[in-house]
Design a protein around this ligand. Structure first.
Ligand code: NAP
Length: 180
């Protein structure tokens, strides 16, 4: 079976996934609402996680490692020596580009990958490798921050597969992404 790649990401109404310094404090009141936006069901279907260095460094700062799945960090600047010993069995670093990594993981038998981090999601979209994106749209304007989306080589058509709104004001929508 081919490897499909999926994003599940929360963004402010104006399209940011983090404050300029990477801060995620603005998500806390919405996490505290204890609504089920589908994350647990989503991650249960994944074989592993591909994330950018920016996301990896933020998660490291949490002080506890929240993933049971294998994590591959895309980075041109980190090496295996940068991984704390406690995570050596859980985290790998690679400098492959999305297409090379996709081929390598498919060869390893991965069938579904969770792709995380704004820049990395953008590069998977531009490589035509992102199958779908579940966007948890938070009713808040941040004004500035790290953008979910960025430049694209040409228009990218999305198909709305499902959408749900929650009492907190969050709207969760899943979009399929057409291959270029
Ligand atoms: N709201 C949410 O749901 C959500 C989800 C995920 C992340 N976040 C937050 O978003 C922030 C990180 O996102 P981000 O967009 O700044 O960074 P990112 O996508 O997590 O990481 C980008 C970094 O990954 C490395 N990289 C290697 N190959 C790459 C490639 N092909 N394409 C793109 N990057 C590649 C580069 O670092 P090197 O210089 O090392 O090569 C690049 O600077 C964090 O604060 C995180 O907490 C929020």
């Amino acid at each position: 079976m081919p490897l499909s790649c999926h994003a599940f990401v929360a963004a402010s109404l104006d399209g940011f996934i983090a404050r300029p310094d990477g801060g995620l404090d603005w998500l806390e009141p919405f996490n505290a609402a204890e609504e089920d936006h589908g994350y647990d069901a989503f991650i249960a279907r994944m074989d592993g996680i591909i994330m950018g260095r920016g996301t990896y460094e933020t998660v490291l700062g949490f002080g506890h490692w929240p993933y049971r799945l294998p994590v591959i960090v895309l980075s041109q600047s980190l090496t295996v020596d940068d991984i704390p010993d406690s995570l050596a069995d859980h985290v790998a670093i690679t400098d492959m580009d999305p297409a090379e990594l996709h081929a390598a993981l498919a060869e390893e038998g991965w069938q579904s990958a969770y792709v995380d981090g704004g820049q990395v999601i953008q590069s998977f979209i531009n490589a035509g490798l992102l199958t779908d994106i579940t966007l948890t749209r938070v009713p808040l304007l941040l004004g500035q921050g790290r953008p979910l989306f960025g430049p694209v080589a040409g228009d990218v058509a999305l198909t709305l597969l499902e959408s749900r709104s929650f009492p907190s004001g969050i709207v969760s929508s899943r979009y399929a992404i057409a291959r270029p």
